[in-house]
Design a protein around this ligand. Structure first.
Ligand code: 5GP
Length: 185
């Protein structure tokens, strides 16, 4: 299926499920090498990361722990437009190798907040693994962003965990919003 409709928006295929699986297998191989003889803790950011986390973890062969956190955002903060709160962050990250697993890095504000909270516990190391990354949308430097599935353009995407208005998380592929070409002058 190359085109889909979700609520009032039309989307077109960006990454098919085969492409996503192959990339995740490669990230898994890289993580198995980088974390050999260590026992990292993977922390997925809900809701968007649930499918990526499940498929990624099936590729991990080093001993590891798994957890999830949920972020809530409130409108109103001046700098980012958001004030976040992280629920469920493990409290025993001191000296641990932490890997934050995200669906997508857009402005980077969400991750920036999570990373500050994680660093307070003085872990041994902190890296971020994100399936998607929109470099053109980034507004804050994320030095920990080490593993990226796909760099994509600054389009709105759905599928494979990502939603539009609560819908589309169950799609096996990733779709981008179809943009209407601007009228020529
Ligand atoms: P950031 O704080 O980096 O701007 O945004 C991170 C969060 O915004 C992601 O975890 C995701 O929930 C949401 N987000 C950013 N870009 C997109 C997008 O293109 N599609 C969807 N569905 N969510 C997005």
């Amino acid at each position: 299926m190359n085109k889909i409709q979700i609520a009032d928006k039309e989307f077109e295929l960006l990454l098919d499920s085969d492409n996503i699986s192959k990339r995740i297998r490669l990230i898994g191989i890289q993580l198995n090498v980088d974390y050999e003889k260590r026992c990292p803790i993977f922390i997925g950011v809900l809701n968007g990361s649930f499918l990526f986390m499940a498929d990624l973890l099936r590729e991990i062969e080093v001993p590891c722990e798994v957890g999830f956190i949920r972020i809530s955002s409130y409108a109103g903060a001046e700098s980012s437009g958001k004030i976040n709160q992280a629920f469920g962050l493990p409290e025993d990250l001191h000296n641990r190798d932490v890997i934050i697993v995200e669906d997508i890095v857009d402005t980077g504000f969400t991750l920036d907040y999570i990373l500050k909270e994680v660093h307070k516990q003085t872990p041994a190391s902190v890296k971020v693994c994100s399936l998607l990354f929109k470099p053109a949308a980034l507004k804050t430097e994320i030095a920990e962003l080490e593993y990226v599935g796909f760099e994509i353009a600054n389009d709105f995407v759905v599928g494979y965990g990502l939603d539009y208005d609560g819908l589309g998380r169950n799609l096996k592929a990733i779709y981008r919003e179809k943009t209407v070409p601007a009228d020529l002058p």
